[in-house]
Design a protein around this ligand. Structure first.
Ligand code: ATP
Ligand code: MG
Length: 347
């Protein structure tokens, strides 16, 4: 049988949980693992944990996960209001990322977050990090996410300083596939696209994470709203408080690509080397000054015009994800390049 396949007609009728001999092996969600055999209320699956590319045993729609079913392995990152841990599901051995945000949010924000997380759970995009389940307990939001073992593009940039444009084109193609799915299939705006929200795995897949949720938290809790960084990748129309749409994500994408290409955030502060004094100074610059450009002496005309198409200040002049997918820059990029880079840089 092919690894990870559901045994077609094999159904087990499990004894009731009060039969103590079996109960001790079962999670509250009713999953039991022994060697290559996985048993739950849906029946039996033969799985092989030795294969790193085994398809996920747990599906986001299973709705069965419990926090108590996970062992914490290590902290993999910290953000503004949360901590991300690598965790292992006790019964399947499968690894996940557990993001915990300790914060009291009001009821409307909680409803909005739950809605966004449910959208992610309902169907999957290949270039969007899978959200398996979310919990709200005692002022903390915990989200079980697909674990991306290569870390974020921000982590990667710390190692390499800048990314050559043909690698960037391959990264961008995947990000655009994810954005296309968010915009056209799920009808949501990411609102917080930045290098730390683009994650990479050992297969060279680049996936978008944290759509909606972080932005809702930042805007409803007052958290980090005045910190430099919150507005770095925000489009001019959002900064001025106007209506905004999917294309505000394209602005952010343009800045991210430019930052990766040059190794520097595209807006430099008025006093070189001193950093931005306040978030308002940066916001004024984004709104009042012409958009940044890729230096034409360092990058190809295709790359420069791709960036130009992304960072048009008027969203009507800005390209959509759909249009950018057809851009000549992405037509000849070699997506497998990323896997090669990952194998060199990530252990
Ligand atoms: P901010 O809080 O400002 O949005 P952030 O995006 O860095 O910043 P988090 O989303 O909490 O904050 O993520 C922190 C770090 O954890 C990321 O930079 C990344 O290295 C790591 N990380 C997040 N999600 C995952 C995941 N699903 N798999 C592996 N690592 C992850
Ligand atoms: Mg994040």
């Amino acid at each position: 049988m092919k690894k990870g396949n559901l045994a077609p007609n094999l159904k087990l009728s499990l004894p009731s949980p009060d039969e103590t001999s079996l109960a001790k092996f079962l999670t509250e969600s009713g999953t039991f693992m022994d060697g290559d055999l996985l048993v739950n209320r849906d029946g039996v699956r033969i799985v092989s944990q030795s294969q790193s590319d085994t398809p996920p045993l747990i599906h986001p729609s299973d709705n069965q996960l419990m926090l108590a079913d996970f062992d914490a392995i290590k902290v993999v990152g910290k953000g503004n209001g949360g901590i991300v841990r690598l965790v292992q599901h006790k019964w399947t051995g499968q690894f996940f990322a557990l993001k915990m945000i300790q914060m009291n949010v009001d009821e409307p924000a909680r409803r909005q977050i739950t809605k966004e997380l449910k959208i992610n759970q309902s169907s999957q995009c290949s270039n969007v990090v899978v959200c398996y389940q979310s919990f709200y307990d005692n002022g903390a939001i915990s989200i079980i996410l697909e674990y991306m073992d290569g870390g974020s593009l921000a982590d990667f940039l710390k190692t390499v300083r800048s990314v050559p444009e043909h690698y960037l084109a391959a990264i961008c193609k995947q990000v655009l596939k994810g954005l296309w799915c968010l915009h056209h299939e799920k009808h949501i705006i990411h609102r917080d696209l930045k290098p730390s929200n683009l994650l990479i795995n050992h297969r060279g897949e680049v996936k978008i994470t944290d759509f909606g949720v972080s932005a809702i938290l930042a805007s409803t809790s007052g958290l980090a709203n005045t910190q430099i960084g919150t507005y770095n990748y925000m489009s001019p129309e959002r900064i001025i408080g106007g209506s905004y749409g999917y294309k505000s994500d394209i602005w952010s994408l343009g800045l991210v690509l430019l930052e990766c290409a040059t190794g520097q955030f595209p807006y430099s502060p008025p006093q070189p080397g001193e950093g931005w004094v306040s978030v308002y100074e940066l916001m004024e610059t984004v709104v009042d000054q012409p958009p940044p450009q890729a230096p034409s002496d360092k990058f190809s005309p295709q790359f420069c015009s791709f960036i130009e198409a992304c960072v048009q200040k008027d969203p009507k002049d800005r390209a959509s994800a759909n249009e950018l997918m057809r851009d000549p820059l992405l037509q000849h990029c070699i997506e497998s390049l990323i896997a090669r880079v990952v194998s060199v840089y990530f252990k």
